[in-house]
Ligand binder design. Structure first.
Ligand SMILES: C=C1C[C@]23C[C@H]1CC[C@H]2[C@]1(C)CCC[C@@](C)(C(=O)O)[C@H]1[C@@H]3C(=O)O
Ligand SMILES: O=C(O)CCC(=O)C(=O)O
Ligand SMILES: [Fe+2]
Length: 389
């Protein structure tokens, strides 16, 4: 492995210290809600370096794309939507969508059930505890994975895919981890994920149109049998919000993120060399390009660098749906985006989503440079597999 990358990996993926390790059973010690909510001063392992804490002054002026015309098959509205998406994805990989057709009552229910889960006693939440080596379950500040720069948040993540036998995998997750009392919660999130997948596939079609890809359905087909991740984020109030992050600066390693943030605010995007705030918009979903889609666009569309702040007095919540391809599918841009004459060669080698996911769970803590570091790691660890056309 390249020595620069290995140094980086070691410092980036630090092991959790004593007292934070998962001891299993009743002796499990976790930075509980008590630690996250009440402590002042904030414990050292939640303090981020000064360079990361640069404040955002201005608002991001991202386009708000109305999907309703495209969803009705209106060609002019489709072109207009694709133009807006193209401009924002070339620039920073971030836009918002309205007219998406998702029932506002379903979004409200998703928040009601998020509240229901995070208000449970810690011992109950730990029934759904994230197990080492998996990327689903409940996690408090990721303290079982990292020792420093901890995020001031609790998360509940679960996988969403549609198996051939149409088994409702989200409903099963809730019933099997939290019991039959959580059947309704499971049903709500099963529906929510299905709705998110529909929106994400519609956006995939617009992304293909915006990139001028001959087969407009290319990405839609690629993601149809995908395996996505849904994550409920709960950010408790933090007594020193200026020193901590809810979610530190990062690009999502995933393909496309469709996020709903509540009315508190705190999401910020890096654009034009500055951090910029993204004030919540009623009824809108925020959409961002992730590393895997950046690779699928042959580097044309930017993976969005973003972060989430915490609030001194108020709790904040968000619902993130991360769309991914099936884990074993080869991530490779369509031929339209790669020229044989050499002016637009391949930017990234072939990889599978499973490899990138493992990289972020076992070797490298996702940050703003995950994709370049993953590429270096891939090229140095298995040079024979690389197909760099
Ligand atoms: C595949 C994933 C890894 C993370 C969850 C999903 C998509 C986004 C990633 C993450 C949110 C990026 C910031 C750092 C991270 C550790 C977090 O704060 O939660 C990341 C997630 C993770 O590794 O669990
Ligand atoms: O909560 C937010 O606004 C952003 C969260 C985020 O970026 C993530 O979960 O990847
Ligand atoms: Fe993110």
């Amino acid at each position: 492995m390249d020595s620069n990358v290995s140094t980086l990996l070691v410092s980036s993926l630090s092991e959790a210290g004593e007292g934070q390790k998962d001891h299993g059973g009743d002796s499990y010690i976790l930075p509980s809600q008590f630690v996250l909510q009440k402590e002042s001063p904030v414990p050292m392992n939640f303090i981020w370096p000064k360079e990361d804490l640069v404040k955002a002054i201005e608002e991001l002026r991202e386009p708000v794309v109305d999907l309703s015309g495209f969803l009705k098959g209106d060609l002019v509205a489709t072109q207009d939507a694709a133009t807006l998406i193209r401009e924002s994805c070339l620039k920073h990989g971030f836009f918002q969508v309205i007219g998406h057709g998702v029932d506002s009552r379903l979004i409200q229910l998703a928040y009601d059930h998020l509240d229901r889960f995070f208000k449970l006693p810690v011992s109950m939440k730990l029934r759904a505890k994230r197990m080492p080596g998996t990327n689903w379950g409940y996690s408090g500040a990721h303290a079982d994975r990292f020792a420093s720069k901890l995020p001031w948040k609790e998360t509940l993540s679960f996988r969403f895919y549609e198996p051939d036998d149409s088994h409702p995998v989200v409903l099963d997750f809730f019933k099997s981890t939290l019991g039959m009392d959580f059947e309704e919660t499971g049903l709500v999130y099963q529906k929510y994920c299905e709705a998110m997948k529909e929106v994400a596939l519609a956006i995939m079609e617009l992304l293909a149109i915006s990139l001028g890809i001959h087969d407009q359905q290319h990405y839609k087909h690629f993601f149809q049998d995908g395996s996505s991740i849904m994550r409920c984020n709960y950010y408790p109030p933090c007594k020193e919000p200026e020193h901590a992050f809810g979610t530190g600066p990062h690009c999502d390693p995933t393909s496309l993120t469709i996020l709903h943030q509540d009315q508190i605010g705190g999401l910020e995007v890096f654009s034009d060399n500055k951090w910029r705030t993204v004030p919540p918009r009623q009824g809108a979903f925020v959409v961002n390009i992730g590393d895997t889609f950046m690779a699928l666009s042959n580097g044309k569309y930017k993976s969005c660098l973003h972060r989430a702040l915490v609030n001194r007095d108020k709790e904040r919540r968000s619902l993130a749906f991360f769309m991914n391809p099936r884990e074993d599918k080869v991530v490779r841009p369509p031929e339209d985006l790669v020229s044989c004459t050499g002016d637009t060669p391949r930017t990234y080698p072939d990889f599978t989503w499973s490899e990138l996911l493992q990289f972020t769970q076992k070797h490298y803590r996702a940050d703003e440079a995950t994709l370049p570091n993953f590429t270096k790691w891939l090229l140095s660890s298995k040079p024979a597999d690389v197909n760099n056309n």
